[in-house]
Ligand binder design. Structure first.
Ligand code: DNO
Ligand code: MN
Length: 359
């Protein structure tokens, strides 16, 4: 397991590379050019700036999250080829600085969806929260006003430029079914995966967060069956999944540890975090500890140890603790604590494995 840490870039993140370097076992950053719009080709000089920064701090930049997919690709419009060409040229450039895995998602309009970014937990910390009944009855514009406007730093997936076109997008998706979305994903992968393979880069789709349709928009990456279908769309070791235990874990029917074992050779990138799921379908992000939430994170990490996982992992999100002012879900403290928990389980599992082997 190779531990990495998401970093939004200088001036765009409250956490510094110096701090990241001091978290035990973190070897690289998970990054992106956050000022690029989906569909734009990433310029080499901006990519090189990240390379120089990460080199200077002794961290690698082998994992990109995300190169976002333009809506026209997801909608299957005739303009998609142009955006796919740009995507492929971005892949070629990322290969030049040693990128090995690209995380992306195929969620229409919205990326991750929550109703409250600062829900207070019993211990006084705050965390991202999803209230099912609120989403089910809410106008999406209302949510955008509530979520996207508040933070000082814009959040990926919630860029004002993208959201300004909300009504237009909803109209465009009106007749797009889940099957249409699958077809458009296949079209995208059939072009992009061979290019990625040529450059030894794994394309790793992030599951939908939460893993069910929101606001009547189709969502297809929701659990075991859809991951199987995705991997079969283009049967290549470069067509992979970012297994996110928190996103998938919002549906208690998802057995994440079983997925780790089943899709072992197609998971280059693990997101490992916990969520507490309530009976009414609400969920809140908790600490990484198994007993704090509904995801058995101990079993998940054990499964990674069992399969001899050599991919990248990140603690994904954390709570906001100790009065830290940070991007929602992306503070230093709780993610660092999460990493130490994951290492604790991992080291114990690896030790037990060795002892079993030595009889
Ligand atoms: C949720 C997070 C997401 C993720 C993007 C990937 O679990 O990891 O924000 O980064 O959906 O494209
Ligand atoms: Mn995730």
């Amino acid at each position: 397991m190779r531990m990495v840490f998401r970093w939004y870039g200088r001036g765009n993140d409250t956490v510094t590379l110096e701090q990241i370097k001091q978290i035990p076992g973190v070897e690289g950053i998970v990054w992106a050019l956050h000022d690029m719009m989906p569909g734009e080709e990433w310029p080499m000089d901006k990519i090189m700036a990240y390379k120089e920064l990460s080199d200077a701090h002794g961290l690698h930049l082998e994992v990109v999250e995300s190169v976002n997919v333009h809506e026209d690709i997801k909608l299957g419009l005739s303009t998609r080829d142009l955006y796919i060409d740009n995507y492929i040229r971005t892949i070629e450039k990322l290969a030049k600085v040693g990128v090995k895995t690209i995380c992306y998602n195929f969620m229409p309009v919205f990326d991750w969806t929550r109703t409250d970014l600062y829900k207070e937990l019993e211990d006084g910390s705050t965390a991202l929260f999803y209230e099912k009944a609120a989403i089910d009855s809410m106008d999406p514009h209302e949510l955008v006003r509530k979520i996207a406007v508040k933070p000082d730093l814009t959040m990926p997936g919630w860029e004002p430029e993208r959201l300004a076109q909300l009504s237009v997008l909803f109209e465009a998706y009106k007749n797009v079914t889940e099957e249409d979305l699958w077809g458009n994903l296949q079209y995208f992968l059939e072009r992009v995966v061979p290019a990625a393979a040529e450059h030894d880069i794994k394309m790793a789709i992030h599951p939908d967060d939460p893993p069910w349709p929101v606001f009547g928009l189709p969502r297809i990456m929701t659990g075991r069956d859809s991951i199987r279908r995705l991997l079969d769309l283009v049967d290549s070791p470069y067509n992979c999944v970012t297994l996110c235990s928190g996103s998938l874990g919002a549906n208690p029917a998802n057995d994440i540890a079983a997925m780790v074992r089943e899709f072992a050779d197609r998971i280059p990138f693990a997101h490992i975090r916990n969520v507490k799921v309530y009976e009414n379908g609400d969920f809140v992000e908790t600490s990484h500890r198994a007993s704090d939430g509904s995801v058995d994170t101990v079993e998940v990490v054990r499964a990674y140890s069992d399969i001899g996982f050599t991919g990248y992992a990140r603690p994904d999100h954390g709570r906001h603790i100790w009065d830290e002012k940070c991007r929602p879900g992306y503070g230093l403290y709780d993610r660092a604590l999460g990493i130490m928990y994951l290492w604790g389980v991992w080291d114990a599992a690896e030790r037990a494995k060795k002892e079993r082997m030595n009889g």
